[in-house]
Design a protein around this ligand. Sequence first.
Ligand SMILES: NC(=O)c1ccc[n+]([C@@H]2O[C@H](COP(=O)([O-])OP(=O)(O)OC[C@H]3O[C@@H](n4cnc5c(N)ncnc54)[C@H](OP(=O)(O)O)[C@@H]3O)[C@@H](O)[C@H]2O)c1
Length: 231
Amino acid sequence: MNPVRTRTALVTGANRGIGLETCRQLDRAGLNVVLAARDLARGTAAAKALGGSRIRAEELDVTSARSVESCAQRLAAAGTEVDILVNNAGIYPTAGFFSLDEETLRNAFDVHLMGAFHLCRAFVPAMARRGFGRVVNVSSGGGALTDNVPSPAAYGISKAALNALTLVVAAAVPDTVKVNAVCPGWVRTDMGGRAAPTSVEDGADTVAWLARLPDDGPTGGFFRDRRRIGW
Ligand SMILES: NC(=O)c1ccc[n+]([C@@H]2O[C@H](COP(=O)([O-])OP(=O)(O)OC[C@H]3O[C@@H](n4cnc5c(N)ncnc54)[C@H](OP(=O)(O)O)[C@@H]3O)[C@@H](O)[C@H]2O)c1
């Protein structure tokens, strides 16, 4: 019998906040972790602070196809196969629709939609070939159409697009690759602010849970607090 090798998770935007805490939880669960950050020095410092021997930092700006491709090439050269992809990197532009400029909207799409697009294209085909994969798109209830997209315009619209991408990728892969979206809740991070009611540990819990779904786990769903929510 072939022993199952230790799975490897790659988390984007992982030098702080929910991404960093997701790395910590996945490391504690015994996985290899690639802590990806657009600034390598900040990523390396964050990985060092976590201290796990299975955590390594990689430079990765999700808005750049070239940066994603370079990261994928470095991992392939090191023999690292990414089994779990957490598309976590995010920004929070606050403008309302009529004060929103084109660049702000494009930026939000570049990070939330195109980022997940580049990363899924780089890593999901190999997951499908190997017969195992987990993709977790860190979205927001602020982009939920069933709740009238309540977040500020660029944020809400781009997270709604990320939700659509989640369904499209889930439908494009075999059931051995689970592709889900998550709303972490309103979480105390730089983005969420100090008044947020949810700790970063609880905010990352459903992210890490989806990253470690069993073979009979759900795919093509949107979750908060480990429960399905409406798109
Ligand atoms: N906090 C909340 O209440 C809340 C609620 C709902 C959903 N979310 C979602 O949860 C995710 C994490 O949020 P958070 O609260 O942890 O935010 P955060 O503390 O502001 O951290 C955001 C992370 O994303 C990274 N990032 C931004 N643009 C990037 C890019 N182009 N390439 C790579 N990394 C990039 C940042 O890197 P730098 O340090 O280099 O800037 C940082 O590491 C986001 O997708 C967010 O939309 C958060």
